[in-house]
Design a protein around this ligand. Structure first.
Ligand code: MG
Length: 279
């Protein structure tokens, strides 16, 4: 099932995709209310055409910071270390976790704020994100996928100058407007476990990243099992699984984003988000 958050005639609604339409779910205005609920109990309103609505990020205001995987594809680790050894070159026997604040997730066709006053190395990272369906504590790797509500596409927009200047990545990842998300959440029952999905990004139409989620170093079974051994992953938690090679800092010389650039992040069977960098 494809689940959308959208604005139609001034109202924010949540609905399920059906062909070229969205079927609005009665009484639900926030995706977070849908997470963990029984879909058989839902009622629906009359469908509206997908192209007549303004799509919003599926979860515009997450309840808590997003949990992110750092350097979770081997070739991205290599390109990052070439760019800045001190910040990125290290032995990695364990997953790297960091968090990213999302005050308001950018809509699937919304604008990325470049924060040009403090950012001079703006970068993109196409990633598969998983949404947790119910509180997860002490979950085995075998059971981990039972706790995933669905998947979406995010762009983990990054200010490399801030990310590398500060010891922790938090600030450089968390500026307002740094998390485009969407275009929908596709429920987990539509994917194999782990999902094997082609993932691509484009800048101004030029292919930059092209990989597959099967090449993650630490998959979601590992991540959910490891984290939930020590912290409850609350329903609605979003986990971003890391980005493959081909980001701007990976080129020599680096190819960072500029105002007016268009970034597309696309994952097979979920869709694409298209975001222009603002002026
Ligand atoms: Mg990332």
């Amino acid at each position: 099932m494809r689940l959308y958050t959208y604005r139609y005639k001034g109202e924010i609604r949540v609905g399920r995709g059906e062909g070229d339409s969205i079927v609005p779910i009665c009484g639900i205005t926030d995706m977070k209310e849908l997470i963990g609920c029984n879909f058989e109990d839902l009622w629906y309103d009359s469908p509206v055409k997908l192209d007549s609505v303004e799509l919003l990020a599926p979860i515009p205001e997450p309840d808590r910071d997003m949990i992110c995987l750092g350097i979770n594809y081997v070739e991205h680790g290599e390109e990052a270390a070439r760019y800045n050894k001190e910040a990125f070159l290290r032995e990695r026997p364990h997953a790297i976790y960091f968090s990213k604040r999302i005050n308001y997730a950018v809509a699937p066709f919304g604008e990325i704020d470049p924060h040009s006053d403090i950012v001079d190395k703006l970068d993109y990272e196409c990633e598969l994100a998983a949404v947790i369906s119910r509180d997860a504590k002490n979950i085995s790797a075998e059971d981990a996928y039972k706790y995933i509500f669905g998947y979406t596409v995010i762009n983990d927009v990054s200010a490399r100058n801030l990310q590398t200047a500060h010891k922790q990545w938090y600030f450089g990842k968390s500026l307002d407007g740094f998390t485009p998300m969407g275009p929908c959440i596709v429920t987990a029952d539509e994917f194999e476990q782990p999902p094997r999905l082609a993932l691509k990004s484009y800048v101004n139409g030029e292919l930059r990243q092209s990989s597959n989620t099967e090449y993650m170093v630490f998959d979601l079974a590992h991540v959910i099992s490891e984290l939930s051994a020590g912290m409850t992953l609350k329903a609605g938690t979003i986990i971003a699984t890391g980005t493959p090679a081909g980001v701007g800092m990976g080129f020599d010389p680096p190819r960072f984003l500029n105002p007016g650039d268009e970034v597309i992040c696309e994952i097979e069977n979920i869709g694409r988000i298209i975001n222009r960098v603002g002026k």
